[in-house]
Ligand binder design. Sequence first.
Ligand SMILES: Cc1cc2nc3c(=O)[nH]c(=O)nc-3n(C[C@H](O)[C@H](O)[C@H](O)COP(=O)(O)OP(=O)(O)OC[C@H]3O[C@@H](n4cnc5c(N)ncnc54)[C@H](O)[C@@H]3O)c2cc1C
Length: 384
Amino acid sequence: MTSEKLLLVGAGLSGAVIGRTLAEAGYRVTVIDTRSHVGGNCHTERDPASGVMVHVYGPHIFHTDDAGVWDYVNHFARFLPYKNQVKTTTGGAVYSLPINLHTINQFFGRTLRPDEAAAFIEELADTGIETPESFEQQALRFVGRDLYEAFLKGYTMKQWGCAPSELPASILKRLPVRFTYDDNYFFHRFQGMPEDGYTAMIARILDHPGLRVLLDTPFEPGMAQDFSHVFYAGPLDGWFGYDAGRLGYRTLDFERFCARGDWQGCAVMNYGDVSVPWTRITEHKYFAPWERHEATVCYREYSRAAEPGDIPYYPVRLVAEKALLGEYAARAAAAERVTFVGRLGTYRYLDMDVTIREAMETAAAFLASRTAGKAMPAFVHAPL
Ligand SMILES: Cc1cc2nc3c(=O)[nH]c(=O)nc-3n(C[C@H](O)[C@H](O)[C@H](O)COP(=O)(O)OP(=O)(O)OC[C@H]3O[C@@H](n4cnc5c(N)ncnc54)[C@H](O)[C@@H]3O)c2cc1C
């Protein structure tokens, strides 16, 4: 048993998994969060009127190929099967996403088999673009103009707030098309939803006698002196009081509405037309397909640049942000007795499974550093 006291800033998945592992190793762990609930952005709560489990900061679907992480989450929650089947409304019709054989046949009024569809798409592709430099060029080279404009252009413009010609080609790494009728959005072996929601799961991770949780408690720099080490899952630039400027994020505005019965008949409906200002509507009862509710709760989702005070959702990570990130990361690397973790601490988009894996690695690195009598680094996972 060690008498060392550790502070975890953030009661999301990063803070919970690191905190739990180190509490089990005998450390005295305090987890604080500025919010009034645990769970970070994965937070779920039941709508009191309808009983629908609502994903308060946007829908979260658990999917992974990492068997260790899948075992871990199944230890703290019962996962029920969930398949993410996304639809999109574009040009006055509804299609299946990601672009698959059904989408292609419906969109072009064909009855193509897989090899025929692959040859057809190859004909549409703009092979004149040899080295795509932008998202737009990459999309045109992969699928040609018609599919690009119907399924990728408008959604991307709304999501990122700029023309796809201004975004790097790297955003679209692979051919965004399947030549089968498989409409499961994710390829991963394991996919599901925690029966009681993510907040209940994360509360169970945090439930350990060596760990205390303080909610409604924003981190203040003076707090660090009471602890031998801080794990900080807050925004990297926030640690420095944003003194060199703010790292760019996209934020989301959710327009929540309720209705009787069903609203759209599926969990996620994207909107591909630029004339529709929202990117998608999510109907939350469909994220728990084993439940039955007479009423329904939906979120209309709008994306825009985050301002001070907004919730930072998606790191922008374009050229200007990377320059500022380099500056903050260099300063952070020189800091002592603090490790920056998670999606905000390292300014990266991280799915939940990656967050958990990295949190496990961070806790293991801390234990190894203590055993070796070495200083714990500021980053176990570098932001750049
Ligand atoms: C819209 C959206 C949808 C997503 N959908 C999926 C999905 O379908 N599947 C998937 O695998 N992943 C999804 N993710 C990713 C998932 O949300 C992250 O993997 C996960 O939330 C990362 O956990 P974290 O603990 O690093 O960060 P967070 O969950 O953001 O937790 C950080 C916590 O730190 C707290 N905090 C910050 N600053 C301070 C401070 N100064 N003092 C005290 N507390 C502070 C915050 O309040 C927050 O609770 C999605 C993300 C977004 C934005």
